[in-house]
Design a protein around this ligand. Structure first.
Ligand code: MF3
Ligand code: CO
Ligand code: CO
Length: 270
């Protein structure tokens, strides 16, 4: 949809106006509040379908719309990716057990604006290996956000994430990326979570996009299961992901999906 006001850069990236930040904050806040609420429901014995049912209900009660229901045939209000599932896990009859780690990813539409965020949760007691993975993945996202300033490039963001993850002897998934969003769900650019400094499009104030690194304890390769959605690590190693939606300003970026309850991280001490 290219009919929104404002302009596109030569790379096809939309530059939004100052007034548009408020719309994104509204959508981002709802998505973050839903993840705040779901935290208490993530317990051993719960099914991922139950968690998705609650999310569906809360989106509806807020008078908002789920961006994922009906998206390319997807039928749920969340993606729930457990243990070695990298992303796009489909909620179902899977029962959570003690020590499982999971990413829950929610995208809502409020007044036409898209809010997209995900974070990690744990059912029961967190194992030390998983705790390290979650910590490094969270911190990698924050390194990427720190690099998201005008004059820097998208390659700078990818480099910040990749170098941090690899210094911790973990790997960055290459097969999925972040994306522009705003009045649409997925727009240019592809926000890669790896890369080289000084490469790619230059950031400008008014760009809205997600950063959503997926990090594996083992190798980076993934494969998509026969359901055409569920992406898993090929080596069955644990995977984690955190996602924020943000807007570029003259200074530090505005994060649209900050947790009102301060529960983005650490999920495991809450
Ligand atoms: N929310 C995901 C993202 O971060 C996209 C999920 S699409 C779905 O971009 F169809 F799988 F839900
Ligand atoms: Co996203
Ligand atoms: Co998402």
């Amino acid at each position: 949809m290219d009919d929104y006001r404002g302009r596109l850069t030569k790379d096809g990236i939309r530059i939004y106006e100052e007034a548009d930040f408020a719309g994104m904050h509204g959508a981002g806040r709802l998505a973050a509040e839903i993840l705040d609420r779901i935290a208490d429901e993530v317990v051993p014995g719960a099914t991922t379908a139950h968690l998705d049912d609650l999310i569906t209900k809360w989106v509806d009660e807020a008078g908002a719309t789920s961006a994922t229901v009906g998206y390319k045939g997807y039928q749920h209000a969340s993606c729930i990716s457990v243990n070695h599932v990298v992303c796009h896990g489909i909620p179902g009859d899977k029962v959570l057990k003690d020590g499982d780690i999971l990413n829950i990813d929610v995208t809502v539409i409020v007044d036409g604006w898209y809010g997209d965020t995900s974070r990690m949760f744990v059912a029961g007691k967190l194992q030390r290996k998983a705790e390290r993975l979650i910590q490094v993945t969270h911190d990698a996202l924050m390194k990427g956000i720190e690099a998201a300033r005008p004059g820097n490039t998208f390659g700078d963001i990818g480099y910040a994430i990749q170098s941090y993850v690899e210094a911790n002897r973990m790997s960055v998934v290459r097969d999925f990326c972040g994306h522009g969003l705003g009045r649409v769900f997925h727009a240019p650019p592809n926000v890669l979570h790896y890369g080289r400094p000084d490469t790619g499009p230059v950031l400008e104030p008014g760009m809205f996009f997600t950063i959503e690194p997926m990090v594996n304890l083992g190798r980076p390769e993934t494969k998509v299961l026969a359901d055409d959605w569920t992406a898993v690590t090929r080596d069955k190693s644990l995977s984690a992901q955190f996602e924020h939606s943000l807007g570029i300003t003259e200074g530090a970026p505005e994060i649209f999906t900050t947790s009102p309850a301060g529960r983005f991280h650490p999920t495991y001490s809450a």
